[in-house]
Design a protein around this ligand. Sequence first.
Ligand code: OGA
Ligand code: NI
Length: 373
Amino acid sequence: MGAVDPTFIQELEHRPKPAVIEAHGIPQIDLSPFTTTSPATTTTAAAAALRDLVDQIRGACANWGFFQVINHGVPIESREKVQAAAKRFFDLPAEEKRKVRRDEANPLGYYDTEHTKNVRDWKEVFDFTVEVPTVMPASYESDDDEVTEYPNQWPSYPPELREACEEYVKDVQKLSNKLLELISLSLNLPANRLQPFFKDQTTFVRLNHYPPCLAPDLALGVGRHKDAGALTILAQDDVGGLEVKRKTDGEWIFVKPTPNAFIINVGDIIQVWSNDTYESVEHRVRVNSRKERFSIPFFVNPAHYTVVEPLVELTNEQNPARYKGYNWGKFFTTRKRSNFKKLDVENIQIYHFKKPDERKLDDVVARVENVVI
Ligand code: OGA
Ligand code: NI
């Protein structure tokens, strides 16, 4: 990527501020009570430690939508191997990388032209799915029931990339299962309540590469957005750049890299399942004028046929469902289509499935927020 093309330039209000706010960052949670014992734990001390952990998860999900985990059980070597192979891949000449480029039929593989909210992101990525095969609707049209398989497009160089990614995925999958159990417990649900949604999961992993950028004050590595899936498990390197919108005041907070920790965030689907008890929080990525940066989000997504709607146990007459159900596969393919076509319309959002009364209320809140900020 050469000089800064106007397509990368953010509107004034969305440009990163020169000063980075670290403040009291997102919560850090030690998962060892859960990685060393199971939820059906016997000793009272272990049970108390688990209860404390679930309380921490509840607080972090409700107050931040983001947290970091340590003692998570993913071996450091597993992650380092992917990082090293990703660097070798992204160091290749553009024409080599484009041999595994995504297209309209298969959104997996390499690309360097993603737009978030119609401004181009200063990054290049490589996507692959966890389940082989991963089944998705063939089209975004709601009356078309045909499905298709997304094949992973592994490059021939570096040869170790595929195996490194496959090993990593096995390790992070275990962490993903644990986090879903903890989140279920934190919503006062049985530990395995969310598990069936992931039987034919459409989880995918992205290798992100953010090259140095000469205009770190004008462009962003990823523009502000919320993650559409259930949960994201992010590995970032020591350069840093991720910023999270603090719920209390809307300030962008820098997430200081913690070696070997994972950053976890609740996505839109958990927001809907929890009927807004937990909210998917906006985040973005700053770029660096001198250093390249790598990150690896693992996007935990349910089966394509999942109808995403508030869980019945979490709704009642006083707290009715705030969303109509929507089909995850159709939601995902609609998003992909508008990304690919760069349509000049707003992307599909969970907001579009809010029930009418809730939408009205949200409009009022949005207007009030606009006045205040
Ligand atoms: C994303 C994302 C954060 C990062 O890819 O959705 O938010 O630090 N990435 O790369
Ligand atoms: Ni994200």
